[in-house]
Design a protein around this ligand. Structure first.
Ligand code: URP
Ligand code: ZN
Ligand code: ZN
Length: 465
């Protein structure tokens, strides 16, 4: 199968030029202006005139088919990866969970089973670690060396579920110094939050907004600072996930100014939504219950500046959807029982293009860097993924910068009964999406194949500060 994309404006993290792209099977094999048709005869030609051609989006933070909060996230690897493709994402890195008393091997087998035969785009895994004895340390090495699972998420929050103590965090960090893996940290002070939650419930403060009011940005700032200090003492890099607040960003910025290899991602929800959403009438605030919570609006500007100045390196989604019906409803009488998470796998590129590039907060190159190139570099997928180059995977997005979309449950494809951006009109969206040389989204239709996605064994990643 061969594919020729003509007349497009190719945007990578560093370049912006007009050329044709030829793909043979799953690989980009030629790039050039006016590629001669006698040499580059394709089974299909796509005219990208007036549109951008971007490397496929890489979402390094998703939770598909994840048991959490007494239920399971609403998108599985079939519906979630199809929705991702509609949104211009061609690779995801999801999280396998090593529960206490279980091995990482067991967790990886379980999550590979969930994805195999279902995923429509390529996928990889991080490993969530909930305990780490000597055997676990050896398993970490094997995950990195033999399985291509080269990053590990640890939690400083959710006591009794995922939270680990500083000694465990330090052990994990130290080990990545030997095996080259990367620790990804959920940085919120779980002990303080737990006390605040108990106090709120005692006082009868049980509506969704108390989720946010019991998780102050200082609790995120404190944990972020501590995580970075632990990494500094271990002498290794660290990556902070779903960073939501100015307090936490300040800690990352300080560390980076000192030359420490501290990295962080934020997510569209922290750039476009705010604490005000929790004040929506009735139980609607539950739509936005996620951790860390949405912050006061002024934090958004600080995060956008952090993205522009490279204090933040990645935009992921933390896609973790739960329906209002039967799922978020579990916490109708007690906010602490609302499953944490929100949908976003499909709306990342279009939101960041509209709010970032069109509003001139970031450049087109930076847009690609944040949503594709640095994710690939950070997590060991570059240069196979994350750029447009001869030899790279033919994961491409033909992106129409002028196409208008109204975001909402009716126009989107995530398997969830609400959308946090319902009614928002955005400009710029994918018109054609190509994954491994196959067209998966064509004129607004999914034409890919369930199960066509491949498991990606990752190398060790990281970028220089
Ligand atoms: O609320 C969130 N973020 N749910 C997903 C789990 C996590 O902590 O990333
Ligand atoms: Zn988290
Ligand atoms: Zn998450």
């Amino acid at each position: 199968m061969s594919l020729l994309i003509t007349n497009g404006r190719i945007i990578t993290a560093s370049d912006d030029y007009h050329a044709d792209i030829f793909c043979q099977d799953e690989t980009i094999t030629a790039i050039g202006r006016d590629l001669p048709s006698h040499r580059f005869q394709a089974d299909r030609t796509i005219d990208a005139k007036g549109q951008y051609v971007l490397p496929g989006g890489i979402d390094v933070h998703t939770h598909l088919d994840m048991p959490f909060g007494g239920t399971t996230s609403a998108d599985d690897f079939e519906s979630g990866t199809m929705a991702a493709a509609f949104g211009g994402t061609t690779s995801v890195i999801d999280f396998a969970i090593q529960y206490r008393g279980q091995t990482m091997r067991h967790a990886l087998d379980e999550w590979r089973r969930k994805a195999e035969g279902k995923a429509a785009i390529d996928y990889a895994f991080h490993m969530i670690v909930t305990e780490l004895e000597d055997a676990g340390l050896n398993e970490m090495d094997r995950m990195v060396r033999d399985e291509g699972v080269s990053s590990f998420k640890l939690f400083m929050a959710y006591p009794g579920v995922f939270m680990v103590d500083d000694a465990t965090i330090f052990r994990a960090l130290r080990r990545t110094g030997d095996n080259g893996g990367l620790v990804c940290m959920h940085a919120e002070n779980g002990g303080v939050i737990d006390e605040l939650v108990k106090e709120a419930i005692r006082k009868g403060h049980k509506s969704p907004k108390y989720h946010a009011l019991t998780r102050p940005s200082r609790a995120e700032g404190e944990a972020t600072g501590r995580a970075i200090a632990l990494a500094e003492m271990a002498g290794v890099p660290i990556y902070i996930v779903h960073l939501s607040s100015a307090d936490a960003l300040e800690k990352v910025k300080q560390a980076r100014d000192m030359g420490l290899p501290a990295y962080a991602e934020t997510c569209p929800q922290y750039l476009f939504l705010s604490y005000d959403n929790y004040e929506e009438p009735g139980f609607d605030g539950a739509k936005y219950v996620m951790s860390p919570p949405l912050r006061e609006k002024w934090h958004q500007d600080v995060l956008w500046k952090g993205l522009a100045k490279n204090d933040l390196q990645v935009i992921s989604t933390d896609h973790c959807p739960f329906c209002m019906r039967e799922q978020k409803e579990l916490g109708r009488d007690d906010f602490s029982k609302i499953p944490n998470g929100a949908p976003g796998i499909e709306t990342r590129l279009t939101l960041v293009h509209d709010g970032g590039v069109r509003q001139k907060r970031i450049t087109l190159n930076r847009f690609v860097e944040l949503c594709s190139t640095t994710p690939a570099k950070m997590f060991g997928l570059f240069p196979r993924k994350g750029t447009i180059a001869v030899g790279s995977d033919a994961d491409l997005v033909v992106f129409d910068p002028a196409a208008k979309t109204t975001l909402g449950v009716k126009t989107l494809h995530m398997r969830v009964d609400y959308n946090p951006y319902e009614g928002t009109i955005v400009e710029g969206s994918p018109s054609t999406v190509i994954s491994g040389g196959r067209v998966v989204i064509d004129n607004g239709q999914f034409v890919g194949k369930k199960g066509a996605g491949r498991f990606l064994r990752r190398q060790n990643g990281h970028v220089s500060c």
